[in-house]
Design a protein around this ligand. Structure first.
Ligand code: FAQ
Length: 311
């Protein structure tokens, strides 16, 4: 016997309408949204670090200004997403504790190092490119605050992707050494960016239910396919090769055939054993502790303001 509330929820989902914070929703729907949105928020915040690494060493004033703006956008995305998750009844402090204590997941991709300037190009082109493929359909996610946050996030991600492409294009038009640096960065980021879409569909425990609830609109493998289809012509324009000798378009299936992704590596990174997991968490923890006085001052200011109002 299903309740009236549940029937209404099912109807809203079936009719492509939105679930809003005060609406009734199944506990499992709430839980999976908090899981996905908080992981997404953490990814944006941790994702500031690999690029933050190059702000002081950007090759020109213009490049520095662009990179700073991009990293600030990522902070903004993290904050919208924490706000969206908060509407589901989880506090920012709880989410932050989970991140700092190492319990929360964030995207595997941000556990890889950025040893050269070309990594800024490869991150923009590949990581932001993957983020766009994954996030454009999330603009239609059934939960209102999440879908609406994604609209602005996607607009900014498009700019991020273009700036990465343009960095690589400049390097590819440069010296032999610059071309090698660009190709090397593409070689290192290509496979981890494919893994960003998550495990293959037959090993993705959350996909089926998230699709029924219209949180996810496509499966992990469908989006990965779409991403590769987007990259191939762009790689040609750049003049870089994608480091997959098995990559080819199969006319019969209308799909790209992709070489084997190293899923052992992916799951190792998720377990905390990627090249930079420890460094990323340590950095976030230190930044959080260093910011304690700001939070205290803001709370104290708010307290005094409310006393003034009462007086
Ligand atoms: N990394 O059953 P599924 C960005 C986990 S873009 C780590 O398929 P689901 C922009 C998954 O959580 C990056 N963990 O799960 C930027 C689950 O574990 P759980 C962030 C991963 O949720 C660019 C388990 O594996 N984007 O930040 C990953 O249906 C440049 C089983 O997986 C988003 O978060 C992974 N790559 O599908 C910023 C997008 N993949 O929770 C700075 C929103 C899977 O059960 C610089 N999220 N796992 O313990 C999503 O679309 C989905 O959550 C997926 C995973 C597609 C990531």
């Amino acid at each position: 016997e299903i309740s009236d509330e549940e029937r209404l929820f099912d109807e809203l989902i079936a009719n492509e309408q939105r679930i809003e914070p005060r609406d009734w929703m199944p506990d499992a729907y709430r839980k999976t949204l908090v899981r996905q949105i908080s992981q997404h928020a953490h990814s944006e915040i941790i994702g500031m670090q690999p690029e933050g690494n190059w702000i002081t060493r950007a090759p020109s004033l213009k490049r520095k200004a662009i990179l700073m703006a991009k990293v600030q956008d990522e902070a903004g995305h993290g904050l919208y997403l924490y706000s969206a998750a908060q509407t589901l009844g989880t506090t920012r402090d709880e989410m932050m504790d989970q991140l700092i204590s190492g319990k929360a997941k964030y995207s595997s991709i941000f556990n890889y190092p950025t040893p050269t300037w070309a990594d800024m190009g490869a991150i923009g082109w590949l990581v932001d490119g993957a983020a766009i493929c994954n996030q454009v359909p999330l603009c239609r996610a059934s939960y209102g605050p999440y879908g609406r946050a994604m609209v602005r996030v996607c607009k900014e991600e498009s700019f991020h992707q273009r700036q990465g492409f343009e960095i690589l294009l400049s390097l590819m038009r440069g010296t032999d050494e610059q071309r090698e640096m660009a190709q090397d960065a593409v070689n290192r980021w290509y496979w981890p960016s494919l893994a960003m879409f998550g495990p293959p569909d037959d090993q993705s425990p959350n996909s089926a239910q998230s699709m029924k609830w219209k949180i996810k609109r496509f499966t992990n493998d469908e989006l990965r396919q779409r991403f590769v289809g987007m990259l191939v012509p762009q790689a040609e324009i750049l003049g870089v090769t994608l480091p997959d000798p098995e990559l080819r378009f199969d006319d019969e299936t209308g799909q790209y055939v992709i070489g084997e992704i190293d899923w052992d590596e992916f799951f190792e990174v998720l377990r905390g054993n990627g090249p930079c997991n420890a460094e990323r968490l340590e950095r976030r923890r230190t930044a959080h502790e260093d910011g304690a006085w700001v939070r205290e001052a803001a709370a104290e200011y708010a307290r005094k303001q409310s006393l003034k109002k009462k007086a």
